[in-house]
Ligand binder design. Structure first.
Ligand SMILES: [Zn+2]
Length: 241
């Protein structure tokens, strides 16, 4: 067995005797490390190019609500609550299963609200619903006939009123909850999908009823005109155009 002790002197002797081999080794090591560094750098560049959407840290200015708005397909509520969408059931229309503009019709009586319809191309879109007034949300729940129903406290003509927004998908993250205070124009939820549990098995539309009193009355239809007088005509009250 050969024992080789590396000392300063025999290292120098080794370099002298194997000068060519020694410097060749140094050059090989330098070249190899240069190649490795170049490869690592090119890998880094490729990674960025292959990633379709580079992960970016959210800027301090972007709020979660802005992030939701940019990824959700919604249309402006100004368009939803407009007169030209009241094509089936305006406020006060008397419907029966025989004469109703909606088929099949399961209700009978004077309509206590105005119904705002969607366009065909909006069936698969999330249609946002905005508050028509400022006030506290006092209920967001499932109610027979409506599916998802949101009720809001509002003041009209100096008196406390209740506003009912029917057929909303109250499971949506965008839905306001009881106790939330909203301003007129704030988004309070989205319309439920047609013929779903959230729409009360109705077509996709907004039923907007405004009670003249502070007492909740869930009825969407009443049997007499004198009873109908408990509700405002939303078009007249809100001057919907
Ligand atoms: Zn209705």
């Amino acid at each position: 067995m050969i024992h080789f002790y590396l000392t300063k002197n025999n290292l120098l002797n080794l370099i002298r005797t194997h000068k060519v081999i020694f410097f060749s080794l140094i050059i090989i090591i330098l070249l190899t490390s240069g190649l490795i560094i170049a490869k690592l750098n090119s890998d880094k560049g490729n990674k960025g190019a292959l990633t379709a959407t580079p992960i970016e840290k959210p800027s301090p200015n972007s709020s979660p609500s802005q992030a939701v708005a940019s990824t959700t397909k919604t249309i402006s509520p100004e368009k939803l609550i407009s007169k030209d969408r009241i094509t089936k059931k305006p406020f006060g229309i008397y419907v029966t299963p025989q004469n109703s503009p909606v088929s099949p019709e399961k209700f009978k009586g004077y309509h206590t609200a105005a119904d705002f319809e969607i366009f065909d191309e909006e069936k698969d879109q999330e249609i946002k619903v905005e508050a028509v007034c400022g006030g506290e949300i006092v209920q967001a729940s499932i109610v027979s006939g409506y599916g998802g129903l949101i009720i809001q406290n509002c003041e009209f003509k100096g008196l406390q009123s209740k506003v009912l927004y029917g057929h909303l998908d109250i499971n949506s993250q965008l839905t306001k909850r009881s106790g939330d205070l909203v301003q007129a124009g704030d988004e309070i939820g989205i319309l439920a999908d047609e013929y779903s549990a959230m729409s009360g098995s109705e077509r996709k539309h907004l039923h907007l009823g405004i009670l003249k009193t502070n007492q909740i009355d869930y009825r969407g239809y009443v049997i007499s005109e004198s009873e109908l007088a408990k509700w405002y005509d939303p078009v007249e009250l809100l001057q919907i155009i």
